[in-house]
Every structure is written in structure tokens, then in C-alpha cells.
Design a protein around this ligand. Structure first.
Ligand code: SF4
Ligand code: SF4
Length: 69
């Protein structure tokens, strides 16, 4: 299998509020010493809930987007 594409967390603007850890329905996010991280990328379903609930807008869920020209 190929590599996992996981949500990116921008720790520069993250306030460590913990909302993403609590709200991830897959339990894929954990809080580490440096901030939240995707501890179980294989469990992430790309539901984008973390991106939606993050008050800082620090999470970006990457999709494979092909722009039509
Ligand atoms: S919800 Fe956003 S600000 Fe809060 S811990 Fe997660 S990434 Fe950081
Ligand atoms: S996209 Fe969904 S499953 Fe993946 S880390 Fe965010 S909340 Fe969890």
C-alpha cells in the first residue's frame, strides 16, 4: 500500500486546546509533548471533523484534488 495522507496540524498556531483529540471519531489524534499529532494515521477516515472543530484553523485535511482546467 502507498503512504498515508494524514491531516496536517500547524503547531505554530495550535493552542493545544485538545478539541481535535476529543472530537476525532476515529481516535486517531493524540496529544503529545509538542502538541497534537496523528497517532494512528491508519485509523483516520478523512472525515475532516478535526479541521472543522479546530478553533485556530490549524488543521488541514489533505485530499487528492485534481483541478480541472
Ligand atoms: S483543535 Fe486545533 S488548536 Fe486545538 S489542539 Fe487541535 S490543532 Fe490545536
Ligand atoms: S480527519 Fe477525522 S478521522 Fe482523521 S484525524 Fe481528523 S477527525 Fe480524526
Amino acid at each position: 500500500m502507498g503512504e498515508w495522507r494524514v491531516p496536517e496540524i500547524n503547531l505554530e498556531i495550535c493552542t493545544r486546546c485538545g478539541a481535535c483529540v476529543e472530537e476525532c471519531p476515529a481516535g486517531a489524534v493524540e496529544m503529545g509533548p509538542d502538541g497534537p499529532f496523528i497517532a494512528r494515521p491508519g485509523d483516520c477516515t478523512y472525515c475532516a471533523q478535526c479541521e472543522t472543530i479546530c478553533p485556530q484553523g490549524a488543521i488541514t485535511v489533505a485530499y487528492e484534488i485534481v483541478w480541472g482546467v
